[in-house]
Design a protein around this ligand. Structure first.
Ligand code: ACO
Length: 274
C-alpha cells in the first residue's frame, strides 16, 4: 500500500486499487488530491504490469466532487493561482480518460460533480444501488465544467443528461444503471464482489489487446465506417506485431484443439511467453 496525503494506492499484480481518502470531507477533491492522483497515475503507468485500475472512496462517499472551497472559493481572486490549481485536476481527468489500463469506478456512495465526472471517464463502473449521483453545479450557479458536461453527454441519454444538468437533482445507483451511467448497481454489501468479478475477467486478457481495444473504441466513435475499418485493420496489425501474434499462435491454436469455446470463455494465457 502506498499512502499519499489524500489517496492510497494498492498494487496487487495486474490490479491497482486507488482509494480516495478524505472521508471527513466526503472525499472532495482538493488541490492535494489532484496532485496525488497525478502521482498515482504516474506510478501505475510506470509499473507497466497493471491491467485494471479500480477507483473507489474510503468512508461513505465516492467523491463529493471538487473541493468547492480549496479549488474555487479560495484561489478565485488570483487568476493565475486559480488557473494553475484547476489545471492539475484537468490534467488527470484527461489522463484518466485515455489511460492505457482498463479503469473501473467502484462507486460506494456520494458521487457529485467531479465524482460523477470520474465515474463517466472510467471505462466501466459499478455502484451500490443506494449511492447518490448528481450534477450539483447548477445548485451553486454554474454549469458542469472540467469535463462534467462531456461525461453527462457521453454516459447518459440526452433527456436525462439535460434533466440532471438543469435541475441538480440526485439519481440513485439503481437509476444510474437504468440510464447507462454505470454497468451495474448492486446492494452495497455486494459491491466488492461484483467489482472483483469484472476485474477477474479483465486480468485474464492480453494487456496489449485491452489497450488497443480501448483506443479503437474511442477513436472510431467519431469516424465513418470506411475510415473506422481502415483504422481498425491497421490497429489489428499493430496488435499482432506487439503481441507476437498471440491471437493466432496461442488463442486460435487452442481453439483448433477445441480447448475452449471463444463464445463462452477466454483462452489460457499461461503458456504465453512474456
Ligand atoms: N467541497 C468542500 N467540502 C465539502 C464538499 C465539497 N465538494 N462536500 C462535502 N464537503 C464537506 C462539508 O462541507 C463538511 O465539512 P465540515 O465538516 O467542515 O462542515 C464535510 O465535507 C462533511 O459534509 P456534510 O455536508 O456534513 O455531509 P452530509 O453527509 O450531510 O452531506 C453531501 C454530504 C450531500 C455530499 C454534502 O456534503 C454536499 O452537498 N456536498 C457538496 C456536493 C457538491 O455540490 N459537490 C460539488 C460538485 S460540482 C464540482 O465538482 C465541480
Amino acid at each position: 500500500m502506498i499512502a499519499l496525503k489524500t489517496v492510497n494506492l494498492e498494487l496487487n499484480g495486474p490490479v491497482a486499487t486507488v482509494y480516495l481518502n478524505r472521508p471527513e470531507k466526503k472525499n472532495a477533491m482538493n488541490p492535494q488530491m489532484h496532485r496525488d492522483m497525478n502521482q498515482v497515475l504516474d506510478t501505475i503507468e510506470e509499473d507497466g504490469g497493471v491491467k485494471a485500475v479500480v477507483i473507489t472512496g474510503i468512508g461513505d462517499s465516492f467523491s463529493a466532487g471538487m473541493d468547492l472551497e480549496e479549488c474555487f472559493l479560495q484561489p478565485f481572486d488570483d487568476p493565475q493561482l486559480f488557473y494553475r490549481t484547476n489545471l492539475i485536476a484537468l490534467n488527470w481527468f484527461k489522463r484518466l480518460k485515455a489511460f492505457p489500463a482498463v479503469t473501473i469506478a467502484k462507486v460506494n456512495g456520494f458521487a457529485f460533480g467531479g465524482g460523477l465526472l470520474v465515474t463517466g471517464l472510467c471505462d466501466l463502473a459499478v455502484t451500490s444501488e443506494t449511492a447518490l449521483f448528481g450534477l450539483s453545479e447548477i445548485n451553486f450557479g454554474i454549469f458542469p465544467a472540467g469535463g462534467a458536461t462531456w461525461a453527462a453527454t457521453h454516459n447518459l441519454p440526452r433527456k436525462q443528461a439535460l434533466y440532471y444538468i438543469l435541475t441538480g437533482d440526485t439519481m440513485t445507483g439503481a437509476q444510474a444503471q437504468e440510464y447507462g451511467l454505470v454497468n451495474k448497481a448492486v446492494p452495497a454489501d455486494q459491491l466488492d464482489a461484483e467489482t472483483d468479478r469484472i476485474v477477474r475477467k479483465i486480468v485474464k486478457k492480453n494487456p496489449v489487446t485491452l489497450e488497443l481495444a480501448k483506443q479503437v473504441y474511442e477513436r472510431t466513435t467519431t469516424m465513418d465506417l470506411p475510415t473506422a475499418i481502415d483504422y481498425d485493420q491497421a490497429k489489428l496489425w499493430e496488435l499482432s506485431r506487439l503481441s507476437g501474434n498471440e491471437w493466432i499462435n496461442v488463442a486460435l491454436k487452442q481453439f483448433e484443439k477445441r480447448a475452449y469455446q471463444p463464445g463462452l470463455s477466454t483462452y489460457n494465457r499461461a503458456e504465453v511467453k512474456s
